[in-house]
Design a protein around this ligand. Structure first.
Ligand SMILES: Nc1nc2c(c(=O)[nH]1)N(C=O)[C@@H](CNc1ccc(C(=O)N[C@@H](CCC(=O)O)C(=O)O)cc1)CN2
Ligand SMILES: Nc1nc2c(ncn2[C@@H]2O[C@H](COP(=O)(O)OP(=O)(O)OP(=O)(O)O)[C@@H](O)[C@H]2O)c(=O)[nH]1
Ligand SMILES: [Mg+2]
Length: 451
């Protein structure tokens, strides 16, 4: 049982209209009543007006909101003090509460308590943090979907299915032939495993895209010199961020910019034009540009529409063949688009643009389409955007795959069940059925103070 009472500002320590101080734990009422001008009754959802006082010295005029365990965010007795939002007044009230016996909370400790008191599961806890950190509509949608309990039943369903399979294997299979006795055959079990694995694989796939969208899409602009890469960066950002000139080899270093494009966040990376050069500085720039390919989620290969496809561009196309990419034909204002040799790109996403005319809509549409997946934002979609969550799911996927192979290869039933148990257990990790204290501390420490 948690025995101490924690306190922290729930709002930033800056000059503002009103600040909120949160107090949570078994002594919340006792503590507030040591410093408040009136008696705060232990009653739910009350707002009480009065003064915070250090003995006879009045510190502030405040509103007290009261919650009674378990009906609060943390599941404990909670008092929220809405004080005037001065830095000094807020810190004085907190110091006073600490003097009276409260402990200053660690970052994320309120949410951690909410988890420990079964008010939220770990997916919801991660979602709270993701919600606070969300910078685009899509990631906000993922977070709010996961915060509402709506898709917890999915994980529970998968766990139940696993248990069911485990039980059936134990009861119904006449080892070592795996001939079906009773009501479930080996074929039916493998079928169940296959469909379960398919569902997990689907969630992993969606989650990986979700993670990219959540973190911001790293969009790398590549192309030979002078094709208009920096002009494109500037057009996307609607700002003269990078130097543009008609001299080939203008950009030497990496230039980065961040924008929100509708529901997406793009981290745009402009690079030095790629060509054979003897200039040492330019060479460094070119090697930097190539090194960025690994980090990129999406590569824009920019081509000057008015020129023949050069060897350098062909090399770039080969170098990025495995990447998600869009072939961008810039300077379309210089030629008749019908003259473009597009057939060799017919399996690719292409966009015809003219940065000089600020006509980049075709590219914007292609980017949006690349990351538009109806399934992603459906209310009941489970999209997990944290690396640890995704890697847990991948482990689950692997254990199910192993179990399947072992059944097919007529391995002993205990071996099959070890893998299935592991998968079941790891799904429990995902929602916090089982947890490790250190892991929990690490996880919540990335939260805001007072959260
Ligand atoms: N002032 C304030 N605003 C806040 C929060 C908070 O803790 N305090 N929140 C947090 O950061 C978020 C809201 N989340 C909350 C979640 C649960 C409960 C709560 O009291 N739950 C009770 C009662 C539920 C009900 O009445 O239906 C419960 O779960 O039993 C409060 C806030 C955002 N805004
Ligand atoms: N006609 C026309 N000219 C363009 C267009 N986009 C860029 N340019 C011109 O092309 C030249 C090169 O543009 P930059 O954006 O500097 O090209 P870059 O690819 O960044 O070049 P490097 O940094 O040298 O690799 C400039 O003179 C631009 O004004 C376009 O859509 N149409
Ligand atoms: Mg440039």
């Amino acid at each position: 049982m948690i025995s101490d009472t924690i306190v922290a500002p729930a709002t930033a320590l800056v000059k503002q209209a009103v600040a909120i101080i949160r107090l949570s734990g078994p002594d919340a009422y006792q503590l507030i009543n040591k410093v408040f001008s009136k008696k705060v009754e232990k009653k739910e959802n009350q707002i009480t007006f009065g003064y915070i006082k250090d003995d006879s010295k009045v510190i502030d005029q405040v509103l007290i909101m009261s919650f009674v365990a378990p009906h609060s965010f943390t599941g404990e007795d909670v008092i929220e003090i809405n004080c005037h939002g001065g830095v000094l007044v807020t810190t004085q009230i907190i110091s006073l509460l600490i003097k009276k016996g409260a402990r200053f909370a660690n970052p994320g400790e309120f949410s951690q308590r909410a988890f420990l008191n079964n008010k939220i599961n770990l997916i919801q806890a991660e979602a709270i943090n993701d919600l606070v950190n969300a910078t685009n509509e899509t990631s906000l949608k993922f977070a709010i979907n996961n915060l509402q309990n709506s898709n917890l039943h999915l994980i529970k369903k998968y766990r139940d299915q696993l248990l069911d399979i485990i039980a059936n294997i134990e009861v119904n299979i006449d080892y070592p032939e795996y001939d079906g006795v009773g009501d479930v055959s080996a074929e039916e079990l493998t079928e169940k495993l296959v469909s379960l694995k398919a569902e997990i694989t689907r969630i992993i796939k969606l989650s990986k895209i979700g993670k990219i969208i959540n973190d911001g899409i790293n969009v790398l602009i590549l192309g030979e010199p002078n094709v208009g890469k920096s002009s494109l960066l500037n057009a996307l950002m609607q700002e003269e961020k990078a130097i543009v000139s008609n001299e080939a080899g203008t950009t030497r270093d990496i230039v980065e910019g961040k924008i929100n494009l509708g529901p997406l966040t793009l981290n745009i990376i402009d690079t030095a034009g790629i060509r054979d050069t003897v200039n040492e500085i330019e060479k460094i720039g070119i090697s930097k540009a190539k090194n960025e390919i690994n980090r990129a989620d999406l590569v824009l290969i920019v081509i000057d529409s008015s020129r023949e496809l050069s060897l350098d561009t062909k090399k770039l196309l080969t170098l990025t063949a495995d990447k998600q990419r869009i072939i961008v034909f810039n300077k379309i204002d210089l030629i008749d688009p019908r003259k473009l040799a597009l057939t060799k790109f017919k399996t690719e996403r292409i966009a015809l643009i003219s940065t000089v005319n600020n006509n980049i809509e075709a590219l914007v549409n292609q980017i949006m389409e690349s990351y538009y997946f109806e399934e992603l934002t459906k209310n009941d979609s489970l999209v997990l955007v944290n690396l640890n969550q995704i890697s847990l799911l991948e482990k689950v996927e692997n254990f199910i795959k192993n179990a399947y192979n072992n059944i097919v290869n007529n391995y002993p039933v205990d071996i099959v069940n070890v893998d299935l148990h592991s998968a079941w257990y790891l799904l429990g990790d995902l929602i916090g059925e089982n947890y490790d204290d250190n892991l929990l501390n690490t996880m919540f420490s990335k939260y805001c103070l007072g959260k």
